[in-house]
Write a protein that binds this ligand. Structure first.
Ligand code: DC
Length: 337
């Protein structure tokens, strides 16, 4: 048997708000755990002492849950410091699996000892600050960081190194099919391995960036790498950054952020970053490369760069990295506690 926990809050003690919040929480639990309704054996609700207007269990039954099992709701004592207007649920399911607990609208888990895997998606165009922020966020939360762009860069690097015509999808796919891309961690640092060789130091050049963008448009390449990214995200709590994490790789991610910035600001950031790493680059070339990649990444047919409907957009043009981190931590706190 598996027990899934959930919690949500309501803005005021009102029957319609209770019905809406209970339905939303149960639907989220159902979809994030890939459940069928008849697999749910019973549901036990508790609500904080400031909720009187409606039974959460009744709201659940009206939303079509627990029709073949048992339902129960109780009220919690009024304890100092407890979250206000909060409804919790424990859902019992017959089969055994690793549960994904669901905390919505600022509700938090009471049991810190229950390991909850979180997936945080950060998408946006190049130079929007994704990797700096994703890395800082992962460090702050003490979870893993997966730079998915590095995987596409490793593919682009391979194609350039092999001298294969990048416009020829069949040839590119044939080449990449036999290639092994692995991600390893050295402390906080992600190392990108191509057929066992560490290529992290070779994949940051503008040429490799453009090649990465070109091969990333091929369906065959994307599906291959997407599976790898999902596999990593299933194993551990992590922050993933890329172009399609919230829309395609992890549509069920707990938190989705979409970072943007004006093109000139992004080009300046990229220029400073490359200059610091010792690459001889020109600012106007970087701006051109960024504009070309924006065009390529957002117009491709498969999983283009696009904000997910439920992502929070932040324009980082006039913000410091610390300010962006603060804003993201606030969003993370509201979504998952
Ligand atoms: O984030 P980056 O600049 O390292 O990414 C390099 C290229 O890889 C980018 O131009 C588009 C592609 N990419 C992608 O299509 N999907 C991702 N999730 C990450 C990167």
């Amino acid at each position: 048997m598996t027990i899934i926990r959930g919690a949500t809050t309501i803005p005021c003690d009102n029957a319609d708000e209770i019905k809406k919040a209970v339905k939303e929480m149960l639907e989220q639990i159902e979809s994030r755990n890939d459940l069928k309704r008849d697999e749910i054996m019973s549901l036990v609700f508790s609500s904080t002492s400031d909720i009187h207007s409606y039974y959460p269990a009744k709201a659940a039954r009206e939303a079509g849950f627990g029709l073949s099992g048992s339902l129960f709701s109780a009220q919690e004592p009024d304890i100092d410091g407890s979250l206000k207007l909060c409804i919790r649920v424990m859902l019992f399911v017959e089969k055994n699996f690793e549960p994904r607990h669901v905390y919505l609208r600022g509700a938090r888990g009471l049991r810190k000892d229950i390991a909850q895997k979180v997936q945080i998606a950060i998408d946006g165009p190049s130079g929007s600050g994704k990797s700096t922020l994703a890395r800082a966020l992962a460090k702050h939360l003490n979870i893993a960081y997966l730079d998915t762009g590095a995987m596409y860069r490793a593919c682009g690097y391979k194609v350039l190194e092999a001298g294969v015509d990048i416009q020829n999808e069949t040839k590119v796919y044939d080449l990449l099919l036999g290639v092994k891309i692995d991600i390893a961690y050295e402390g906080d640092e992600q190392r990108t391995l191509l057929d066992g060789k560490d290529v992290s130091g070779f994949i940051r050049t503008p040429e490799v960036a453009l090649a990465a963008s070109a091969v990333s448009a091929y369906r065959s390449v994307r599906y291959h790498l997407t599976e790898k990214q999902r596999e990593i995200a299933r194993r551990m709590s992590c922050v993933l950054d890329g172009r399609d994490i919230g829309t395609f790789v992890l549509p069920e991610a707990d938190v989705k952020i979409f970072l943007t910035a004006r093109p000139e600001v992004r080009a300046k950031r990229r220029f400073e970053e490359l200059k610091e790493k010792g690459y001889a680059v020109k600012p106007d070339e970087i701006l051109k490369e960024i504009m070309r990649r924006d065009e390529q990444d957002s117009t491709r047919a498969v999983a283009p760069l696009k904000k997910a409907d439920d992502a929070v957009e932040i324009d980082t043009s006039d913000m410091t990295a610390d300010e962006v981190l603060g804003a993201i931590l606030k969003i993370v706190g509201e979504k998952i506690g």
